[in-house]
Structure formats: C-alpha cells, structure tokens
Design a protein around this ligand. Structure first.
Ligand code: MG
Length: 443
C-alpha cells in the first residue's frame, strides 16, 4: 500500500513582485512606495494529485528573505503523506512552530512565522481541494471537536479554554445551513480602501469615493498621518463626496506616538471617522487602550501587523480595540486564525479583516464567511476590506457585487495564481523585470 500513498513530492517557492509603486497604489504614511509581492509556495503531490498553494505578502525588498524562510521549512514537509496533512493540518502547524532551532528566530512572530503561515495555508488549500469544497465551507461543515483540535491553546488558555471554544462552535453551528444559503445569495459585506491612498490627488480621491458609493459600498477608508492640514482637506473632500451616511474609516499605519494619535484623531473628529486604524505600534497593547479612551466615540482598530494570537489576546483583555483586523497571511495560517476568531467571538469584538495587497482578499474572505456561517452567525458591523488590485492574476479571483464579496464556490483557498503571472513577475528574472531593466539601461 505504501507505494500508492500520495505524498508531498516538491515544495516550490517563487519571489513574485508587482511594480505597484509606479502608480502610488497602496501608498500610505509609512509605506510610500510598495511593490506588492508574494513569497509564493506550491506543494506538489505524487500521482498527479492536487497542488496546495500559499504565500506570504510583502511589499518588495525582503521578499527574497521571506522566500528563504519558506525554503527553510522544506524538510518538514517533503515526503509527508497528503492524507495525514489534510486530515490534520494542525499536526504540521505544531511541528513548524515547534522546530527547536527555527523557533529562535521568533518565537511565533516575524518572517519565520509568516513563512509558516504560507505553508500551513497551502496545506488548507490542498485539503479543501481534496474535499471538493471552498475553504469556508470545509470549515463551516467541520465538527466543532475537530476544529478545536486544530487550535493551539498554549498561551491563550487564560482567556479562552478548549471547552469554551467548543461551546462557541457548537452554538455557532445552530442555523448554519440557513446562513450558508444566505451567504451564497447575498455575499459578505465589503468596504473599499481604493479611493484613499495617500499618494492620490484630491480629484482622484473625490472621483473614486463617489464611485465607491455608486458601486454599493457603505464604507470607505482614507490613509492619514503624514500631514494634518492635508488630512483635514482630504477628509473634508471625502466626506463631501460620500455624504453623511457612509462610514469613513481612517488609517495611520502606525505613524504616531500615543499622545499624537489622540490629538490627531480628535482633530479629524468633525468628519465623523468610524475607526482609526493602526494609530501606533502594533506591539503597544496598553498604548492602544489609552488611545481608545482618548478618541471615543471613534473606534480603534488594529491587527494587520499583530504578530500572533498572544498579542491579540492581550489587546482584547486590555479592552484596547473595538475592531479586530486579522490578516490571513501575517500569523501562522488558518490554525492560528481560528484561535483569533474564537478569541474575538468570546470577547464580543467584531472582526473586520485586513486585505488588499496581493491575494489577501482572496484568502481572508473564507475566514469571515466561516465566522458568519458557523461561529458568530452575524455580519453586523463586520466588513472585509476590499482593494481592487491584482485580482486578475488569480485563478479564482474575488468577485464583488453591490458592495459584497460573493462566496467562492470553487474548491480550495482561492490562493492559486496563473502560471503566466508567476513567470512574468518573478523577480529578478521574470519577463517584466528583465524588460524593465533593459528599458532602464536605454533611458
Ligand atoms: Mg491598514
């Protein structure tokens, strides 16, 4: 029998970079010139079986470091039976975070942890393809006991016990079939950041903000934090463009000290911002709590750079955030994000995931949709970020209609990129970058 057991036969990695900085797409107060990039991994299996795709998101330089971190995990994965991995992705997750030498590079944070996230997510992609279900549905259909077995409760059991998680999931399952049908009919609410990049002109901001409302979005987001006079002018223009009934979030991308965050946010309060995102360092739990007290009723949101479930636990325990913005590719993949969704559910804090970049919308929609169908059972005050960049490079791109993410129906985690995109944008030897250098040499 062992000769017919499908195994992981290759772990192929790619350094893929898109030249998004040329249009100032994605520009904010801390990241003025991002080249959206993916440290991309493909798990290949024997006997022509499915492939598992995953990636870490970076913004350019350093994507090679991220790829090297994924490469360092290869010995843990090669040769493993596919059925073992897919029946219990948590076993691989625990092996990877437990590697006694690699763990020194974290523990459970930073480049190594993001690499683990890429690989773990690739396994979930593979598992969902084998089941013939989109990932959100695989998770929603799973037995609560099995989901609990996929979570590492170490360091969070003081805030959430396995028994409490089981209870949340059992309750969440009640009415799940009706909510799945509703999800397929209506989709999941989205908001858009496309109008508000810091490098855009006021004219472009106004035009895109009006377009967002016309497209059915009920919330937009603006980047702030570089210059207060500019922020006042831009917030005024955006508020005039969308009217009083559209939620307008603002995002400082960690630009401020705690006191500055409070002053600056209050200086923009007349434009009725819904939340202030990343007001200060993502590691500053007590700082966020101070900001939250200082800017109320403006809500405080963070999470795209929160490195693991332990920091999220503390943000919740300290009542430091109103909105939890988990990211599909920052932490150690679906397993750790299950822990984070359960923590948020226990504390009653809505999850509005971070997305955008490259492929983050494709991934994270599955987590919110699972949360709606089989955990919290609600989309009230919950929206997934949407940014309209780079979706054309994916086999199963997100579909937005009337301000909602349509539920994916293709099996998998929506992570796979077209081979042509991989070939074109691989750095530095893909066709785009070769041509770009040749042009630079001539110019
Ligand atoms: Mg942000």
């Amino acid at each position: 029998m062992s000769v017919t057991t499908a195994r992981i036969t290759a772990v192929d990695t790619y350094d893929i970079r898109f030249p998004t900085s040329r249009e100032l797409d994605g520009s904010d107060a801390m990241n003025p010139d991002p080249d959206y990039s993916a440290a991309y991994v493909v798990l290949r299996t024997s006997a022509g079986g499915h492939e598992g795709h995953g990636f870490s998101f970076t913004i350019g330089r350093g994507n090679d470091v991220q790829v090297a971190a994924i490469d360092a995990l290869r010995p843990h994965i090669l040769g493993r039976p596919v059925s073992d991995l897919c029946d219990d992705p948590g076993s691989l997750y625990r092996d990877l975070i437990g590697d006694s030498q690699l763990r020194w590079l974290g523990p459970e944070k930073g480049v190594m942890h993001m690499a683990i996230g890429a690989v773990v997510n690739a396994v979930w992609d593979l598992a969902a393809k084998r089941e013939g279900k989109p990932l959100w549905q695989l998770l929603a259909d799973a037995e609560p006991e099995w989901l609990v077995s996929q979570v590492d409760f170490r360091y969070i059991a003081d805030a959430l016990t396995p028994g409490e998680a089981l209870e949340l999931l059992r309750t969440g399952k009640q009415g799940a079939p009706e909510r799945a049908a509703e999800l397929l009919r209506r989709g999941y609410p989205a908001y858009t950041t496309s109008p508000g990049w810091l490098g855009y002109s006021d004219e472009k901001l106004t035009r895109l903000a009006k377009q967002a409302v016309a497209d059915g979005f009920t919330q937009i987001k603006l980047k702030v934090g570089a210059d207060l006079e500019d922020d006042i002018r831009r917030c005024r223009a955006a508020r005039e463009a969308v009217g009083p009934d559209i939620r307008m979030a603002i995002d400082a991308n960690q630009r401020w000290n705690v006191g500055e965050a409070i002053e600056w946010t209050n200086a923009l309060a007349e434009f009725d911002p819904y939340w202030i995102e990343e007001p200060t360092s993502p590691d500053d739990i007590l700082g966020h709590a101070t900001v939250r007290r200082g800017v109320s009723p403006v809500k405080v949101a963070t999470g795209e750079h929160v490195q693991n479930r332990i920091v999220f636990k503390q943000l919740l325990q300290a009542e430091a955030i109103d909105i939890l913005q988990l990211d599909s590719a920052r932490v150690a993949g679906v397993n750790e994000n299950l822990a984070i969704l359960l923590l948020a559910a226990k504390f009653g804090v809505p999850v509005c995931p971070h997305a955008g970049g490259v492929g983050l919308c494709e991934l994270v929609q599955h987590l919110s949709m699972f949360d709606y169908v089989a955990l919290t059972g609600t989309t009230e005050n919950r929206v997934i970020e949407f940014v309209d960049h780079l979706h054309q490079h994916f086999l199963d791109p997100v579909v937005i209609s009337a301000g909602h993410y349509r539920a994916p129906i293709e099996p998998g985690f929506s992570a796979a990129m077209h081979q042509a995109a991989i070939d074109t944008f691989t750095y530095p030897d893909g066709a785009f970058w070769v041509a770009d250098r040749a042009e630079g040499d001539q110019g």
